[in-house]
Design a protein around this ligand. Sequence first.
Ligand code: URA
Length: 229
Amino acid sequence: MGREMTDRTIKDNLIDLLTIYEKMGFDSLPEAVFKVPKSDKEALLKAIREDIGDCTRCKLHTGRKNIVFGEGDPGTRLMFIGEGPGADEDETGRPFVGRAGKVLESLINKMGFRREDVYIANIVKCRPPGNREPEGDEIAACRGFLERQIQVVAPDAIMTLGNVSTKTLLSTDKTIGQMRGNFCDYNGIKLMPTYHPSYFLRNPSKKIFTWNDAVKVLNYLGIEVINTK
Ligand code: URA
């Protein structure tokens, strides 16, 4: 590679590319231009985790054992977003590994995926004491990292689990009861609000609502629904 090439910035290269597409008659960019390889996504997620560091940005850090960053396939088409870690998640540093996690995993399996095929994260990355809901200042300190994770993973669909994740990502005061079952838009990504899995620990008969929401997501993704109830 010649010297002129190495001196060129990523911006110069991008401008060249845009000019070529313009000359070819495109008035919008072909989708492939935006496709980031999975290995790059892994590196970008690692950089976000490094930015979080040994975080003390909000008061939740005082009681946490582990930061629960989120996990799964960075190349996935489907992302699940919960509220915040509970005791089991705090202990292990992994999202949704406790009782609610088992319920979520059975939904994921019923949808035809393995847990590791999707990406799972939370609104806050440290456990709120006594499993209370995260407070506004805690959400404000943490949400930017999740938003970057969503940007990197760039799934085709997101399922928000419960009130906190739905209200946060959609900037709404409406309850999950009002929001669930209807697709919303999150920065160009289809977002389906549904109940939090812990709701079904108390109300197992209500699981059908979330299954119906999941079927809408599968239909949107063009994935055949194998389980019918
Ligand atoms: N509940 C959540 O919202 N997230 C978890 O990771 C576990 C339980």
